[in-house]
Design a protein around this ligand. Structure first.
Ligand code: ZN
Length: 236
C-alpha cells in the first residue's frame, strides 16, 4: 500500500519529528547536567585567599595590598564553583587572619598557615586552593603560575588543570611547577598554590586591581578545578 502525503502533511511530520528530537536531546542534557551536579555536590573544597588581617602580603607601588586581591578572586571562585554544585569552605570571607597576635607567643605566621590547613582537614576537603599574588625585584616578570606538591600526583594533576586554563589568559603559556610552600606540603592534605600575577610589574598590578580581570582569573581557576573534579568523579 502506498500512502501519498500532501506537502503540508510532510511539513507537519518533519516539524513534529524536529520537536521530538530537540525535546529528547534537551531531556538528555538536563539529566546529564543534574547527574554531574549530583556527584559534584558530594565534593568539598577549601578556597584559601592568602594573608588577611595584620598580614597584607606583598603590595604594588601604590600600596595596594595582596590580601585584598586574593580575597576578591577567592570569593568569585567560591560563587562560580557553588553554582556548579560543589561544596566550598573558605579560610576567610573578610579581611581577617586566622591566628591573632598573642603577646609573648612567636610564630604567628606559622600558626595562621596551620589553621588554614586544619580547616581543610576538619571539613574533609578533597583539596585546598591557596590564592596569592607574587612580587619580584625583576619588574618585568609577569604571569600566573600554579605550584604543586611534587610528592603528590593529585596536587600536580590539579595544578596542571588550573595552569592550562590560566594560560588561555596569558600572553605566553607557563608550566605549573613544584613548590615548597607550607600550605601545600602538609601530609594528608592535597593542595595547590596559585600566584595570580606580579604586583611588582606595573602593568600586571594595574590589571589585578580591575574587577573584570579578577573575574577572568577566577573563571580560569574555577574551570581548572571543575576539569579536575569531573575527572575525579568519573574515575570513582
Ligand atoms: Zn602571598
Amino acid at each position: 500500500m502506498v500512502i501519498i502525503l500532501s506537502k503540508p502533511m510532510v511539513r507537519l511530520i518533519l516539524f513534529i519529528t524536529a520537536v521530538v528530537c530537540v525535546g529528547m536531546s534537551c531531556l538528555g542534557w538536563y539529566f546529564q547536567s543534574h547527574r554531574t551536579q549530583g556527584s559534584l555536590s558530594r565534593l568539598t573544597l577549601l578556597i584559601d585567599p592568602g594573608h588577611g588581617g595584620v598580614d597584607g602580603g606583598t603590595q604594588d607601588s601604590y600600596g595596594n595590598l595582596e590580601k585584598n586581591i586574593n580575597l576578591a578572586i577567592g570569593l568569585k571562585v567560591r560563587e562560580q564553583l557553588k553554582a556548579s554544585g560543589l561544596q566550598i569552605v573558605m579560610t576567610r570571607e573578610k579581611d581577617t587572619d586566622l591566628a591573632p597576635f598573642r603577646s609573648g607567643q612567636r610564630g604567628r605566621h606559622r600558626r595562621d598557615l596551620m589553621a588554614r590547613i586544619e580547616k581543610a582537614r576538619s571539613n574533609h576537603c578533597l583539596f585546598l586552593v591557596s590564592i596569592h599574588c607574587d612580587a619580584s625585584v625583576e619588574t618585568k616578570r609577569r604571569g600566573a603560575f600554579v605550584f604543586y606538591n611534587y610528592l603528590s600526583s593529585e596536587s600536580k594533576e590539579l595544578a596542571l588543570a588550573i595552569q592550562e586554563e590560566l594560560n588561555v589568559l596569558q600572553q605566553r603559556p607557563f608550566k605549573a611547577a613544584p613548590g615548597k610552600y607550607l600550605i601545600i606540603r602538609e601530609p594528608g592534605v592535597t593542595g595547590v598554590l596559585i600566584e595570580v600575577g606580579f604586583l611588582s610589574n606595573p602593568e600586571e598590578a594595574a590589571l589585578l586591581q580591575q574587577e573584570e580581570y579578577q573575574s577572568k582569573l577566577a573563571l580560569a581557576i574555577s574551570r581548572g578545578i571543575l576539569h579536575y573534579c569531573r575527572r575525579f568523579v568519573t574515575q570513582k
